[in-house]
Write a protein that binds this ligand. Structure first.
Ligand SMILES: [Ca+2]
Ligand SMILES: [Ca+2]
Length: 303
């Protein structure tokens, strides 16, 4: 191949919008490659159906959500499309919730959840901001014990994230919290969140919370096992005791649920896919150009 042809191939490739062709599906492809039970991209702008990208376990939007707000997008999050959307929650409205179907078959025994969240200091509720909630009962349970409850919430200070698994049968409680060294998570920026649990893991790392790809806390899982009759994003089952003081008020996006434990590498892989380094995109592009040059040479050699 002469220099002119090489230049032509290179120019042709780099004329493609690399961040679009390589970047926009990176996060989606990475999550789907990890075999989730369901994956909710929450891109709907109207209606009540939160589409499950994997199967037919669609969720439903509460009437107080504002659909179609900005989700994590390039350039900060190059692994998403330029028009990625996400719902806005209202911390003072009980209908600010996404309900997921019990047909997912999730339980406190083993599983993982990953998502993105964005919240400001003003959007923090009086009580903990509930991001994920599972309960063996479909309607009772306010997020403070005396029930089979499993939830992850951000404390009112915006700094501590907690995973709470409480079972009534053995009355064991697992409660973890961590104060991030970098300060508040309620900084108006998108953060990646993942948490995993495995009751059959006898070790001290059986329940974990990850923020922005890093394992911020791990503890033993000593709560009992119960299935989730209700699964909610944004609040506990009811607010009879606490009023509307435990409702998430920011934005959430890209919720994926699993019936297995995501490894630390899989979690950091999700985060890396959301924020691909420009260098890695260029390297991918150079790799593709190299492959096409190799193919061209083989083609020429066979003639
Ligand atoms: Ca989205
Ligand atoms: Ca409230």
């Amino acid at each position: 191949m002469n220099n002119a042809k090489m230049l032509l191939v290179a120019v042709a490739f780099f004329s493609l919008p690399a961040s679009q062709t390589l970047g926009s599906l990176l996060y989606q492809d990475t999550v789907l490659g990890q075999s989730p039970l369901a994956y909710y991209q929450l891109d709907e702008q109207v209606g009540t159906v939160a589409t499950d990208l994997v199967g037919t376990n669609h969720g439903s939007y509460g009437s107080a959500l504002t659909l179609g707000d900005d989700g994590p997008r390039p350039p900060a999050f190059g692994g998403f499309g330029a028009n990625n959307l996400a719902p806005q929650f209202d911390k003072d409205d009980f209908s600010s919730v996404i309900n997921l179907p019990s047909s997912l078959g999730m339980s406190s025994s083993i599983g993982s959840v990953s998502m993105f969240f964005r919240i400001t200091q003003d959007e923090l509720d009086v009580g903990p901001s509930f991001l994920f909630y599972g309960n063996s009962h479909p309607t009772t349970g306010d997020g403070w014990g005396s029930a089979n409850e499993h939830h992850v919430h951000l404390m009112p200070d915006g700094k501590r994230m907690a995973l709470y698994i409480r079972g009534t049968e053995s009355n064991t409680t697992l409660s973890v919290a961590s104060e991030p060294s970098q300060g508040s998570y309620a900084d108006g920026k998108w953060h990646h969140l993942a948490f995993t649990w495995d009751r059959n893991d006898a070790g001290d790392n059986a329940a974990r919370i990850y923020v922005d790809g890093n394992d911020i806390l791990s503890v033993a899982h000593d709560a009992n096992s119960f299935g989730f009759s209700s699964i909610r994003i944004g609040r506990p089952n009811n607010t009879s005791y606490y009023g509307n003081d435990r409702i998430f008020g920011g934005r959430l996006d890209e919720v994926a649920v699993f019936n297995r434990v995501l490894s630390p590498m899989e979690v950091s892989g999700q985060y890396s896919a959301a924020i691909p380094e420009p260098a890695s995109l260029v390297l991918s592009a150079i790799g593709l150009v190299g492959m096409s040059l190799y193919g061209w040479r083989r083609f020429r050699a066979q003639r």
